[in-house]
Design a binder for this molecule. Structure first.
Ligand code: ZN
Length: 135
């Protein structure tokens, strides 16, 4: 299965991975179908939203406000409970339509990886299904 590798640079960071996914689709034989975009990490999330600098900053601030850094039980072994708790508000996979060999997204929609416990090397798995060939 194709994979995307993303190196993150901060503890929380939003990274637009739309072009990387479209590049994988373009190299495949899928013209029309669906893409499953999945990450096996427990402190990473995937969203579809607008990649606008102010909004990116607002998303980071909102996640920190919703799940503040407190004294959690998991911190005794791993010191990243806030990262796990932020990830359960989000999702680890998304399914999107493919049309004419690229993601069929709205004008302002982008696929964004949310790093919640960086900096790290992260992997996103892409599974493509063709409407015609069952690839
Ligand atoms: Zn942990």
């Amino acid at each position: 299965m194709p994979e995307i590798h993303v190196k993150t640079n901060r503890r929380m960071e939003l990274i637009d991975i739309t072009d990387m996914i479209n590049s994988i689709i373009a190299k495949s034989e899928v013209g029309d179908g669906i893409a499953l975009i999945f990450t096996k990490h427990t402190t990473v999330a995937l969203i579809v939203n607008e990649n606008e600098a102010g909004l990116i900053s607002d998303i980071e601030a909102s996640l920190k406000r919703l799940i503040p850094k407190l004294d959690y039980k998991h911190d005794r072994i791993d010191n990243n409970a806030d990262s796990h708790l932020r990830s359960i508000l989000l999702q680890s996979s998304i399914v999107l339509p493919i049309k004419s060999s690229h993601l069929d997204l709205g004008t302002w929609q982008r696929v964004i990886l949310i790093e919640l416990d960086g900096p790290r090397e992260r992997t996103v798995t892409i599974k493509l299904l063709s409407e015609n060939k069952g690839i």
